[in-house]
Ligand binder design. Structure first.
Ligand code: PRP
Ligand code: URA
Length: 206
């Protein structure tokens, strides 16, 4: 499943992020707000279980989340989506995957991995603003699956058709959520029109 969240608020905030003159502070704040808006939609099908409760007026059946949610940002840029999602799912656990993309080969290289226990019975959200060639997402999904995860969602801000197709082909069971699907990749593997280098813009490193 590929879902592009065409929502006016998300599109407006993403447009602010895309502008080359947008400063680090505004870039980060808009990303944080979009993450929260996206989380609402990404969580739409989270499983719930009935629970008997008593209100001040009467006994009734309520519903509570029945599975752990684990958010896994791909370092560095994925960190920019973490807090916004956590505001909506404050009980979520957090894992980390460190990957960087070789600028020449565009291949992802792993440098860090740390996960909570029991990924097998959790809903795992891999989060990263950019889905370009899909190499990083594929590597992250492979790492998570190797640890037993069965219910995986990939949450990205901007996608390229090449990356989305690569993930759908290799892992049709992984649901992909995007704020926007862009036109293409350029010859150095950047998304066009995109927003440039997400990590550098979030952390002010260029
Ligand atoms: C960026 C981005 C993704 C990856 C996408 O990270 O945040 O992780 O590139 O490209 P792909 O789909 O072609 O793999 P980068 O490797 O630049 O690392 P950073 O987050 O540390 O800046
Ligand atoms: N990584 C980014 O940060 N931006 C792109 O456009 C592609 C990969």
């Amino acid at each position: 499943m590929l879902k592009v969240l065409n929502h006016p608020l998300i599109t407006h905030k993403l447009t602010q992020m895309r502008k080359k003159e947008t400063c680090t502070k505004d870039f980060r704040e808009n990303l944080d707000e979009i993450a929260e808006l996206m989380a609402y939609e990404v969580c739409r099908d989270l499983p719930v279980e009935p629970i008997e409760i008593e209100t001040p007026m009467a006994k009734c059946t309520g519903y509570q989340l029945s599975k752990e949610v684990v958010i896994v940002p791909i370092l560095r840029a994925g960190i920019g989506l973490l807090d916004g999602i956590r505001r909506l799912v404050p009980t979520a656990k957090v894992g980390f995957i460190g990957l960087y993309r070789d600028e020449e080969t565009l291949e992802p290289h792993e440098y860090f991995a740390k996960f909570p226990k029991d990924l097998e019975h959790s809903v795992v959200m891999i989060v990263d603003p950019m889905l370009a060639t899909g190499g990083s997402a594929l590597a992250a999904i492979q790492m998570i699956k190797k640890r037993g995860a069965k219910n995986i969602k990939l949450v990205c801000l901007v996608g390229a058709p090449e990356g989305a197709e690569a993930v759908q082909k290799e892992y049709p069971d992984v649901d992909i959520y995007l704020a926007a699907m862009d036109e293409k990749l350029n010859d150095i593997g950047y998304i066009v029109p995109g927003l440039g280098d997400a990590g550098d813009r979030i952390f002010g490193t260029k």
